[in-house]
Ligand binder design. Structure first.
Ligand code: R5P
Length: 286
């Protein structure tokens, strides 16, 4: 049976359909003092399969707590196996103690999540090594190749660019799935949480359609800088794709102002641009 966190209801429903499993009824409540109470009252009644698959993108601190509560609730009901699907794993980018005295936040949340599950599955974490932080078997699946589907079929002499060399494999996956095009990357230096400096690649983009691909759009600083540079270099249409469309604060407006043609993301984070479902990729691993 599939149990959904409140931020992953669309994906959980897709996954239930994909696996032909039922979707448990779930309640999300909040007490007057702000504390959460997420519960799965229907878990015991609605299925005879005692594997619980909790699907919850940890997009906020509340979503983290909700996930821990749902894991505990299904154990209370007697679930024999709990599988936790983290379509988007929050805090995954804090995978090191970047300054003396800092926590390794990804490890801290991974340990907490491990305590309520037998297995973890996540999608395109910032670094695959984050899976090692879990105390239970954890694996990542890649969904980048699915990002080619919404792209127009008539891209002009396309170039698939990643904003830095770390996301080059994602750009390659999108290009391979699209079936044609050159692949390259920018050099990126992060100046602060919301500012980046990017050096254009040598690839001539004049008159060509460009697809910029990354694992995540958070503040949109990286992508809007890339789109702006491509505009200055005379690129044709510029599309932006990512696995995790966090689109925090004014990210969407920033990208629109920069001149992006369209933004496509997956449903690991449910936003207006989440045109692509990762359900089939997750279903295959479950
Ligand atoms: C960092 O290396 C990631 O791959 C993304 O490029 C980055 O996190 C995007 O963040 P933002 O949208 O805030 O620039």
């Amino acid at each position: 049976m599939i149990i959904s966190g409140s931020a992953s209801q669309v994906l959980a429903a897709e996954l239930a359909a994909e696996l032909d499993e039922s979707l448990a009824s779930v309640e999300y409540e909040r007490f007057p003092d702000g504390e959460l109470l997420a519960s799965a009252p229907g878990f015991a009644d609605e299925g005879d399969d005692h594997r619980a698959v909790v699907v919850a993108s940890t997009v906020s601190s509340d979503a983290h707590v909700e996930l821990l509560q749902l894991q505990d609730a299904v154990r209370e009901w007697g679930a024999e196996e709990v599988v936790t699907v983290l379509p988007y794993m929050g805090y995954a980018r804090q995978d090191d103690a970047f300054e003396r005295g800092h926590p390794v936040s990804a490890r801290a949340v991974a340990r907490a999540i491990s305590s309520g599950t037998d297995r973890v599955l996540t999608v395109n974490p910032h670094e695959d090594a984050v899976c090692d932080f879990f105390d239970v078997p954890a694996e990542s699946v890649g969904a980048a190749d699915r990002l080619a589907a919404p792209l127009p079929s008539d891209l002009a002499d396309p170039v698939f660019l990643s904003p830095d060399d770390g996301a080059l494999d994602i750009a390659e996956s999108v290009r391979d799935a699209y079936g044609a095009g050159e692949v390259d990357y920018f050099e990126k230096t992060r100046l602060s949480g919301t500012e980046v400096e990017m050096t254009p690649s040598d690839t001539d983009v004049a008159g060509r359609d460009v697809v910029v691909t990354d694992d995540i759009i958070a503040t949109g600083s990286t992508m809007s800088e890339a789109v702006g540079i491509l505009g200055e270099k005379g690129a044709g249409r510029v599309f932006v794709t990512c696995v995790h469309p966090m689109l925090a604060a004014d990210a969407y407006a920033k990208l629109s102002r920069a001149g992006v043609e369209a933004i496509y993301g997956t449903d690991t984070i449910e936003r207006a641009v989440s045109e692509v479902s990762v359900a089939p990729v997750i279903a295959e691993e479950l």
